[in-house]
Design a protein around this ligand. Sequence first.
Ligand SMILES: [Zn+2]
Length: 133
Amino acid sequence: MRRPTKYCKNIECEEPITDYKSSKKLYCSESCRNRNGYLRRLEENKEFIENDKGQKQNYTVLNRYAEAGIYSEDLSKLKKFGFNPKYLKIGKLYSIDDRKCYIFSLKDIEFELDEIKKLIIIHNSKHHKNGRD
Ligand SMILES: [Zn+2]
């Protein structure tokens, strides 16, 4: 009985694996195994760098607002300046005036994302504290 043909897991190769010494074999060669590991790490690294860049960009946009003394803005407007909620870390749930809200921190800036009104409210930054000054 013939075993079904397996193909090398290295996406740059995908040659049939003819060596059946081990049925667990995933790559046609050692170099393909190494190459695939390298490509996978590169991909993971790319995601990490992208996430880092996204957070920096979010901070830059928010900081520009805090600096200008604007503490509340439509999310859609912030997005136009490059703000992307995709890169937000998990927020902390707070209750302010009986209203539940998620507060996010980015360096010195603490801000709220109002999902219903689609609004960003900056509560604290190095430029102001507790919405005053
Ligand atoms: Zn291969």
